[in-house]
Design a protein around this ligand. Structure first.
Ligand code: CMC
Length: 423
């Protein structure tokens, strides 16, 4: 027998049977019985806002898969560009497809000189790199008017390539600007992650060769951050995309959402928290403050993962590898102690609060020399592939414009009072 639920309107006694399909019930069926009665779910906690075949996430089981492939296998064996291809196209590339994809991305890493000179250099010297990134991505839409042709497959492909390719260039440029260093042009002889490291750190040497352990660590971090189904920034991407805005405007909106400390800013908050704790003795008193509700344990908890975050397990291993090259991040011992104390405490156990991906990613980035202001930028680079795959899927599935309802609880109708009569 097909699974279903029955809804009864107790005011009229009318009932309707709604089938459960793919773990959900169709809200339009509900509307047939109860027009004008809305689901109240302001943070979409119990709403499936899309059907999607990109990323599978099971928070209870700690499962994360891109297009069916477990994140553990991709982090171990794949590269960020291959994962980006997988997310966008739905299948892993053949050797020929991978070579063509890498070639296309490599040869679109340069940005228009006016973007660099007039836009990026126009920012104040202490502008946050995430602010520069958001604004520059939005500005790109004015450089590529063909991007508005969102249902033309060739145009769409070109914008996807451009966005994935140019993100590291803009990201590194934003950093160089904020520290008063000259902009470094992309090096087409380097792979995606090594090229980014070159644009970040190159000084006067003719050719920058990053440490392979660090380049691989960045690759793993980029794979882990490439997609995470309907998170806040992806939802922003889809909502703006549903209005048929061009992909640069959509990506700028998504990047803005990622800027928030509850989302892409969490790893920066972890470093601030660990620095504030400062010593091993201060760990237990800090936990007491968290339990008293006066602060939160940054890098702990997740809306979806209620068991463990599989990305956190992989990232912990990556941290160990990075520290063999950079030396141990002095904040690591505090982080480990904090994790140990929290995981043994009933407050965190009963609320199912575990370290998330951001608990360790900040420690790695800091050890690699990235300033904390660059942490959300490092998240935005790989997430671009995820955002774009959702944007494309949304357009292909002919989604209607996102337009939720509200439950109005403001003043009832009242008459306008001239200003002279207002008390
Ligand atoms: N420290 C202490 N208590 C917490 C924490 C935390 N980090 N997170 C949740 N809680 C408590 C919360 O106080 C509440 O307790 P009570 O039931 O007694 O009121 C309970 O756990 C449920 O919390 P919630 O706020 O309803 O959970 P949420 O699903 O709305 O929030 C979250 C998810 C990630 C925003 C939250 O856990 C948080 O603020 N964590 C710290 C910030 C962080 O690490 N964010 C990165 C998320 S992973 C990266 C990404 O995917 O973007």
């Amino acid at each position: 027998m097909a699974e279903s639920i029955t809804i009864t309107d107790n005011r009229t006694g009318e009932s309707i049977e709604v089938p459960i399909v793919n773990g959900g019930v169709n809200a339009s069926e509900w509307s047939k019985l109860l027009p004008g009665i809305w689901f109240f779910d302001p943070s979409f906690s119990t709403t499936a806002a899309a059907d999607s075949s990109i990323t599978e996430l099971d928070g209870e089981a700690g499962i994360l898969r891109y297009r069916g492939y477990p994140i553990e296998q991709l982090a171990e064996q794949s590269t960020y560009l291959e994962v980006a291809y997988l997310l966008i196209h739905g299948e892993l590339p053949t050797a020929e497809q991978a070579a063509a994809w890498e070639h296309e991305i490599t040869y679109h890493t340069f940005i228009h000189e006016n973007v660099r000179k007039r836009f990026m250099e126009g920012f104040h010297h202490d502008a946050h790199p995430m602010g520069i990134l958001v604004s520059t991505i939005a500005a790109l839409s004015t450089f590529y008017p063909d991007a508005k042709d969102i249902f033309n497959p060739d145009s769409r492909h070109k914008q996807i390539i451009r966005l994935i390719a140019k993100m590291p260039t803009i990201a590194a440029g934003a950093h160089r600007h904020s520290v008063g260093m000259p902009f470094i042009y992309p090096d087409n002889n380097l792979d995606f992650c090594s090229n980014f490291l070159s644009m970040m750190w190159k000084v006067a040497e003719p050719h920058y060769d990053p440490d392979p352990v660090l380049a691989r660590a960045l690759e793993v971090l980029f794979i882990l951050h490439a997609d995470h189904e309907q998170n806040c920034s992806t939802t922003a991407m889809r909502v703006v995309g549903s209005a048929h805005a061009d992909p640069y405007s959509c990506t700028a909106a998504a990047t803005t959402a990622l800027y928030g400390p509850r989302h892409g800013g969490a790893n920066e908050a972890v470093i601030r928290m660990l620095t504030e704790i400062g010593t091993m003795d201060a760990v237990e008193p800090y936990i007491a403050e968290v339990k008293a509700g006066r602060t939160r344990l940054q890098g702990f908890g997740h809306r979806v993962y209620r068991n463990y975050d599989p990305r956190a397990t992989i990232i912990k291993r990556t941290a160990d590898e990075v520290f063999t090259v950079t030396g141990k991040n002095p904040l690591l011992d505090i982080a480990l102690k904090l994790e140990e104390v929290a995981l043994a405490d009933d407050y965190f156990i009963s609320r199912k609060l575990y370290p998330n991906v951001d608990f360790y990613s900040g420690l790695i980035y800091q050890a690699m020399g990235f300033p904390t202001s660059m942490f959300p930028v490092l998240f935005a680079i790989p997430r671009t592939a995820g955002w774009l795959s959702h944007w494309q899927e949304l357009l292909d599935r002919d989604a209607r414009i996102a337009r939720p309802r509200q439950l109005y609880d403001g003043a009832p109708q009242r008459d306008y009072i001239p200003i002279s009569e207002r008390s």
